[in-house]
Design a protein around this ligand. Structure first.
Ligand code: MG
Length: 296
């Protein structure tokens, strides 16, 4: 043990930064927000984009599966709409009151001697509201969100721009002749071999989105741990070189270095994340002595 203590102190900490997904990662799935969010997306597709209710379920699944988010898929197949309008409709009516302050998680996060950054596909207003409800707003150095990956001046065509190009009558589009029939596409026997239209939206799990987040956060993936409840996001994170933690299940799947039933298990499952602190506090004593000095 004594030797082990010396050895650990001689190492540089393995990590610099922790990258956390937000929804269903920092609060549990049983809050029901995800279900409400899905309902709102379906309503948006019917009420704002004029898509038939009977097609929503299948179309939503295909878009989510192939494009990362339903929104990214809707843009890919030809629907034009304002991103802010979409987000305020889909997130604006969520029952945020179901999220309660989580002082246990707050203390865990604040005790971690590493950089901590949020990386979510959600928009900034949503991320801020969720963190505030959970009482975690002071636990992170920054938030990488939809707007970070999709800055308006670069990828988004605002309604003003549309007016300028096409005339003031153009609003949200539901009648574009260019719409791609994604349900019909996947009904074909050879659908897998044909290319789908590209989306202008950058989001997880695309590797480009992962790389962009790493660039924005200025982190080396080899020295960063990524927490997410989505298996495909975790697998994409692994492909860009991140250390990965699947949250919400204790079953590790391919691409996940670790799996946590709940983010609250982080300390028991990943004690090495706290080792920077140990290294700076103790030079020549064993781990038992470290714990004593911390408690004292
Ligand atoms: Mg999530």
């Amino acid at each position: 043990m004594e030797y082990d203590g010396h050895f650990r102190q001689a190492q540089r900490s393995k990590y610099d930064c922790l990258l956390f997904d937000l929804d269903d990662t920092l609060y549990p799935l049983n809050s029901g927000l995800a279900t409400e969010c899905r309902k709102n997306i379906e309503d948006y597709m019917v009420l704002k984009l004029g898509i038939e209710r009977s097609k929503i379920f299948e179309m939503g699944n295909l878009l989510y599966k192939n494009y990362g988010t339903t929104m990214a898929g809707l843009r890919a197949i030809g629907y034009d709409f304002d991103y802010d309008d979409y987000h305020s409709f889909v997130h604006g009516r969520l029952p945020y009151e179901r999220l309660k302050p989580d002082p246990v998680l707050k203390n865990l996060l604040l005790s971690l001697p590493l950089r901590k950054v949020i990386f979510t596909n959600g928009d900034r207003v949503h991320a801020t509201k969720v963190l505030s409800r959970l009482g975690l707003e002071d636990c992170f150095e920054g938030i990488i969100c939809f707007e970070s990956l999709n800055p308006k001046d670069k990828n988004n065509v605002s309604s003003d721009d549309l007016d300028a190009v096409f005339g003031a009558s153009v609003q949200t589009t539901t009648t574009s002749p260019e719409l791609f029939d994604i349900i019909g596409h996947f009904d074909q026997p050879n659908a897998g071999s044909q290319k789908l239209p590209k989306t202008p939206v950058l989001c997880k799990p695309s590797e480009d989105a992962m790389e962009e987040a790493l660039r924005i956060a200025k982190v080396d993936p080899q020295r960063t741990m990524f927490f997410d409840d989505s298996v495909r996001n975790i697998q994409s994170g692994k492909r860009v070189g991140l250390h990965t933690v699947l949250v919400g299940t204790s079953q590790r799947t391919k691409g996940a270095d670790f799996a946590l039933e709940s983010i609250h298990n982080i300390r028991e499952a990943l004690p090495e994340l706290w080792e920077v602190e140990e290294k700076s506090e103790v030079r020549y004593s064993s781990k038992i002595a470290i714990e004593t000095s911390v408690t004292a």
